[in-house]
Write a protein of this length. Structure first.
Length: 247
C-alpha cells in the first residue's frame, strides 16, 4: 500500500506560523534598515495537500512555488477551478513559480502556468523558454540559478560565468531576466548560509553597477525555512519557505 508523504495542517497552525515568519522577516529587515514590504514570501507547497494551499491563499499568501513540473501544472489547475467557483480572479489572486530543476521537454507545459521560473541554469534552457514563449505570444519572467555554494551536486551556473549568461539571455526578446537565485548548503546553523547569500548579493550588485540585466533585474531569490532571516539581512527579495509554514 502506498503511503502519502503529504500532510494536512490546521488553519490555526498555518496562520500562527505565517504570522511568526512575517514577524521574523520584519525584525530581520529592521536590523539592516530594509522595508519588509520589499520582501516576498513564496510558499513552497510540494509536501502539503491542496486544502492547505487553499488555506494559505485565504490567509493572503498568493505566491506559490512547486519543484516538479507535473505537480505544478496539476495543482495550478485545481486551485484555478476552486478560485473560479469562489468567483475569485486568476492570475491576480495567485501566481505560481517553478522553483525546481526544469527539463527542456517540460517547458511547453510549464510556461502557460508559471509566472516566474527560478531555475534557469543553461543557455539551452533559456533558448527553449524563449522559443516556446514566442510561440505562445508570451514574455517569460526568469531568474538565473547560480551555484554560489560550489556544491557539485547542485544545479546552477558558476559565479564566474553568470554575468556573461545574463548578458546573453537579456538579448532574447521573449524572456525577461528579473534577477538571480541560489540555494545555500543545508545546515542546522543559519549563519553557515551567509557566505552563499553574500556572494549572490555581491554578484547581483556588480551586475547592476555594470548595467547588466536591464531595468527589470531586481530580484534575489534566496533563503529557505532554516535560513530566511539571514537571507533578508543579505538582500533577499523572494524567500522560498515551505517547512516553516506547515510544521
Amino acid at each position: 500500500m502506498l503511503i502519502s508523504i503529504t500532510m494536512v495542517v490546521t488553519r490555526k497552525k498555518i496562520s500562527d506560523n505565517l504570522q511568526r515568519i512575517r514577524d521574523n522577516i520584519a525584525a530581520a529587515a529592521r536590523r539592516v534598515r530594509r522595508d519588509p514590504d520589499d520582501i516576498q514570501i513564496l510558499a513552497v507547497t510540494k509536501a502539503v495537500e491542496v486544502d492547505d494551499i487553499k488555506t494559505l491563499i485565504d490567509l493572503g499568501v498568493t505566491e506559490l512555488g512547486e519543484n516538479r513540473a507535473k505537480q505544478l501544472i496539476e495543482r495550478a489547475e485545481v486551485v484555478a477551478d476552486w478560485l473560479g467557483r469562489k468567483k475569485k480572479q486568476l492570475p491576480e489572486q495567485v501566481r505560481w513559480h517553478m522553483i525546481g530543476h526544469l527539463q527542456r521537454n517540460k517547458v511547453k507545459s510549464v510556461l502557460p502556468v508559471a509566472a516566474m521560473i527560478h531555475s534557469v541554469d543553461t543557455l539551452r534552457l533559456a533558448e527553449e523558454i524563449d522559443r516556446r514563449a514566442e510561440q505562445g505570444g508570451l514574455v517569460a519572467d526568469i531568474l538565473l540559478e547560480v551555484n554560489c555554494s560550489s556544491e557539485s551536486q547542485k544545479y546552477g551556473i558558476s559565479v564566474g560565468a553568470a554575468a556573461h549568461m545574463v548578458d546573453q539571455i537579456s538579448t532574447m526578446e521573449h524572456l525577461r531576466m528579473v534577477g538571480l537565485m541560489t540555494m545555500a548548503a543545508l545546515s542546522s546553523n543559519p549563519e553557515n548560509a551567509r557566505p552563499t547569500f553574500v556572494r549572490l548579493r555581491e554578484l547581483f550588485e556588480d551586475m547592476r553597477r555594470e548595467k547588466i540585466g536591464g531595468s527589470d533585474f531586481r530580484h534575489l531569490s534566496m533563503g529557505m525555512s532554516q535560513d530566511y532571516e539571514v537571507a533578508v539581512e543579505e538582500g533577499a527579495t523572494i524567500l522560498r519557505i515551505g517547512t516553516a509554514l506547515f510544521e
